[in-house]
Design a protein around this ligand. Sequence first.
Ligand code: ASP
Length: 440
Amino acid sequence: MEHVDDLVAQSSDATVSSDTPTAPKQKPWFKRLSLTTWIFIALILGVLVGLALQGSPEIADTYIKPFGTIFLNLIKMIVVPLVLFSIIAGVVSLDDVKKVGAIGGKTILFYLCTTACAVTLGLVFANLMNVGAGYQMPTEDLSYEATDPPSLIDTLVNIFPSNFFQPMADATMLQVIVIAVVFGFGMIAAGKKAKPVIDICNSLSDVCIAIMRGIILVAPFGVFGLICPVIANNGIDVLRPLLWLIVVAYVAMACQIIFVYSGIIKLFARMSPLKFLKGEMPVIGFAFASASSVGTLPINMECTEKMGVSKEVTSFVLPLGATINMDGTAIYQGVCAIFIAQVFGIDLSIGQQFTIVMTSVLASIGTAGVPGSGMIMLAMVLQSVGLPVEGVALVAGVDRILDMARTTVNVTGDAAVATCVDAMQKRAAARRAKKAAAAQ
Ligand code: ASP
């Protein structure tokens, strides 16, 4: 199977061999660089050009931002059919409701546990590092209009679509996943009669993957176009007043990756965490620039498969994760809740902090994988312990800077869980095969 960096390498190989069939010429330096390297070059260039354009951000908005927007639009266009057909193909290939249940059960358990760890880490660091202490911020003029979060039962009911097309048009991923699973099971149940539809879904899934790989090849341009206007508009000055909040949130998020994800990768996937992180580098770079888990989904599927995770697992676990597993967002919500409490001079009891853990887990599940949605859900966390929702306005100025990091953690968490679930499934299959062989 071809993958992101291999595609770049292949296209350059073709050029070389047509010139000199016997002794291949040394490839030019820019063709020797991997996509990961290109994404990071684009990221650094984007930051530097953004800093240079700080005095006139309209130049970045007019001439550079459109490239980022076009790229993100292309990704958004392909993400719904990609998820739909790859989940259908995945469910049909499992051909066994029990197996789908086993993967689903493990995934949800991993997602809940890693998110609970994440928000706890956020709270511990925010308390230990005194995130809001010393802030002299005027809090009287703040205003923030909190939108009413849907109730738990509404959220549950909303997972099930009443229409086949609406979720596709609105890119409501959870509903798209439900449609795909239901149709996948329908095809299994219909047996032989479903064969033509299964073939069509399988080949449409391959078509979507081919399109996605084409889009990924131009990811460095997208990354540049996305990060440059953000830096030009926000600049360094906007960071200064809330620098400590940013430091605390980034430290907690780094610990989630270094300890929690590396831990589960070592323990459950029995894989080197360094190898995992190296394989995830293009995903990390892209998530940081785009601040969108759903936008990063195609690249995450590609890179995780490249590390050996089976398609039947990535096609189900990653889209689900991009929708409900938001560990970085949970950390952000924990840190911000403590920050706002301290700035307003409110002491939170252990019981209240436990309530924050519970509501942050729920709020992060309800957070959409698009830029800025975690901040909207923060209001729900604040309300749960009686903190003033106006506090959201305090952190809104640096939301994008925090969003870039929390999205990076969100997508890395999805990939870590997919890698663990896949390894566990493979070990269970090997055990079953051994037992069967012994019984014969
Ligand atoms: N931007 C985040 C994501 O796409 C969600 C958030 O705002 O926290 O994962």
